[in-house]
Design a protein around this ligand. Structure first.
Ligand SMILES: [Zn+2]
Length: 398
């Protein structure tokens, strides 16, 4: 159903015509695909909607006076028949969106969860990219009001600490944090889990299963930075310290474990943009045809009192939700000091672009001093690894 914009308070007109105007008037543009994703690499995070187009087009955007109904009109445009009409998107920003055709125009109607200003919504065109095999595109970025950037990039507090670090340590021109190993604490990962007994139930459940473990960040990307006793502690070291004993336990139970990284390195390459770096991790899991994927992270937030464990799953995947519950329950029930921050739906890149049950675990806050002291204490990463391992056993046993 087409929304009627009775009160257009603002109207922008975008000319995306790079060919000759005469040509543009003749050929009708075709919307060949529509995709959306939640992105955490902006401040605030945003929902990005991308329309693939057969050629350049003239588009207009408008918002009604409630600020909750946003519309983009693509003039002289039709769409492929197999493109869905209605989309449920990230409910933090968008209730739903529809793509409809009327009178030789295409209407993208976006029902916003909260009122927005049209000046905060970005609508822009992308030219075809032959190398990446991308056609003409129309992009709409909707801010997720009130959301905090916690995953891809560092929070303001940790940003400040990278800045401080850049004065004393090596820096790169891209602004990424270079590992200042002389200042950071390397987590002791030598505490073995070899004495942990693998049950028959575990062997039965995990035999032959392929599990991909993604230790978050690595190499030139330190992840969030914590401070303890005047030293900096990097998220990337904590995530690897958890991933390694987890790999050992799963392997001993008969699973085949694929790691996105085994050491302190970038997966795609040094100082890579977020998307290629994260896609490289997804590729490893997808190419291994993994039966399950877990990305391990430590959270960060400006408020130092905040702590707890959150399991994120990709909205729309029931098996991911089940896996998230299993891993989350295993942590909360086995490690008494973890505050429960719930199992939450999200669209983190690594979960949205992996083709198997896929979960991202935020295992406490690096910005909480008590948590950080515990995470860096002997045996703590192993304790987390054992809990996650038992979560996988529960998942595959059922
Ligand atoms: Zn992280």
């Amino acid at each position: 159903m087409k929304k009627i914009f009775l009160f257009l308070i603002f109207l922008i007109s975008m000319f995306m015509t790079w060919g000759t105007p005469a040509m543009a008037a003749e050929t009708q543009c075709i919307v060949t695909d529509m995709k959306w994703t939640s992105r955490n690499d902006g401040d605030p995070p945003f929902v990005r909607i991308v329309l693939d187009l057969s050629r350049s087009v003239k588009a207009e955007a408008a918002i009604d006076n409630s600020g909750k109904n946003f519309q983009v009109v693509l003039k002289n445009t039709t769409k492929k028949e197999n493109i869905a009409h209605q989309y449920d998107m990230d409910s933090r920003a968008i209730d739903f969106a529809t793509l409809s055709e009327n009178d030789r125009n295409i209407y993208l109607d976006i029902a916003l969860t909260k009122p927005q200003k049209i000046s905060d919504i970005r609508v822009f065109a992308l030219r075809p990219d032959a190398k990446a095999k991308k056609p003409h595109r129309l992009v709409v970025d909707i801010p997720i009001i009130g959301a905090k950037r916690t995953y891809y990039k560092q929070t303001p507090q940790t940003k400040k600490s990278s800045l401080q670090q850049s004065i004393t340590a090596k820096t790169s021109t891209t602004g990424a944090t270079k590992n200042a190993s002389n200042k950071s604490v390397i987590i002791d990962i030598t505490t073995p889990v070899s004495d942990y007994v693998i049950s028959d139930r575990a062997k039965k459940a995990l035999q032959g299963k392929v599990i991909c473990i993604d230790p978050g960040h690595g190499g030139t990307d330190s992840g969030a930075i914590g401070h303890l006793n005047g030293q900096e502690i990097y998220e990337k070291n904590l995530t690897l310290a958890i991933a390694k004993p987890l790999r050992e336990l799963l392997t001993r139970a008969g699973a085949k474990v694929v790691m996105t990284r085994n050491s302190d390195k970038d997966v795609f390459g040094p100082y890579a943009e977020d998307i290629p770096e994260l896609q490289a991790r997804c590729d490893i899991a997808n190419e291994a045809h993994a039966n399950a994927f877990v990305s391990i992270h430590i959270d960060a937030v400006a408020n130092p009192d905040v702590d707890g464990c959150t399991a994120y799953y990709y909205v729309g995947s029931d098996s991911s939700l089940v896996l998230a519950h299993m891993l989350h329950n295993a942590i909360i029930s086995r490690i008494s000091n973890y505050k429960d921050r719930g199992v939450r739906g999200n669209d983190f890149y690594v979960n949205a672009h992996t083709e198997m049950p896929s979960v991202l675990m935020e295992l406490g806050y690096i910005t909480n001093e008590n948590r950080l002291r515990w995470l860096t204490s002997k045996g703590a990463p192993q304790k987390i690894a054992i809990s996650l391992y038992e979560g996988f056993v529960d998942y595959f046993a059922d």
